[in-house]
Design a protein around this ligand. Structure first.
Ligand SMILES: O=C(O)c1cc(=O)[nH]c(=O)n1[C@@H]1O[C@H](COP(=O)(O)O)[C@@H](O)[C@H]1O
Length: 233
């Protein structure tokens, strides 16, 4: 587990605001997650600017394409020197293997993580895409595919940490979004609180709006970090 397992999701399009938010929470988190909103607006130069803060960067672009295209995207993203990158496990074995090969050719190889079942989907949403299996079963199926292809770990809902650890043991890195204090309601559907997720075996917690939407993001991050440290001791 990381010393501080919190990766703060900085989901906003402006560089100045993202830098200022990241600086504010930096003393209380273990890393920064940049995703599609920030990257679409700011691109690779934005990622480099955020790296100047000295925290590990999780670049979450969730690649999902044919193997050749996904491998090319992984190669370019890996050259940025980020700590972690994401692909959708549903892209299939050949895409995942091509991604592993592409990342391996870069000097500072990032860890590759496969997104299993998005935390915003429930069983009903999955069924509407033609997947009759419950989310936990589908997450284990996709996890097996991704780990067999050589990925370093998985992105999963906190509700699937237990079945994934039961299936794959302690080695794969589990990075867990969908972290919510009790009672919060938004687009996330398969959630748990941060201390519970850590106790179940998460290696890193991706937390966005509970920190970034608080009146004091620094205090919100510090409070979660304190709660986790107390649980761990
Ligand atoms: O890959 C991810 O990080 C991810 C996967 C997933 O299944 N669910 C999920 O919420 N995420 C990301 O985790 C972050 C969660 O942010 P909040 O919902 O604001 O805490 C967002 O940046 C999402 O893009």
């Amino acid at each position: 587990m990381l010393k501080n397992p919190i990766f703060c999701a900085v989901d906003r399009p402006d560089l100045e605001g993202a830098l200022s938010l990241a600086r504010t929470v930096a003393p209380h988190v273990g890393g920064i997650k940049l995703g599609l909103e920030f990257f679409t607006a700011q691109g690779p130069r934005g990622v480099e600017a955020m790296q100047s803060l000295g925290l590990p960067i999780f670049l979450d672009l969730k690649f999902h394409d044919i193997p050749n295209t996904a491998a090319g995207a992984v190669r370019e993203a890996a050259r940025l020197g980020v700590a972690m990158l994401t692909l959708h496990a549903a892209g299939g074995r050949a895409m995942l293997e091509a991604a592993v090969e592409a990342a391996g050719a870069v000097r500072a190889r990032p860890q590759l993580l496969a997104v299993t079942v998005l935390t915003s989907l429930d069983a009903h949403d999955l069924a509407a895409t033609g997947i009759a299996a419950p989310p936990a079963e589908q997450a284990v199926r996709l996890g097996r595919l991704a780990l067999a292809a050589g990925l370093d770990g998985l992105v999963c809902s906190p509700q699937e940490i237990e079945p994934l650890r039961a299936a794959f043991g302690g080695a794969p890195k589990l990075v867990v979004p969908g972290i919510r204090p009790a009672g919060a309601g938004d687009d996330q559907k398969r959630t748990l609180g941060p201390a519970r997720a850590l106790a179940l075996g998460a290696d890193a917690l991706v937390i966005g709006r509970p920190i970034t939407g608080a009146s004091s993001p620094a205090e919100a991050a510090a409070a979660i970090a304190r709660e986790l440290a107390a649980e761990a001791s």
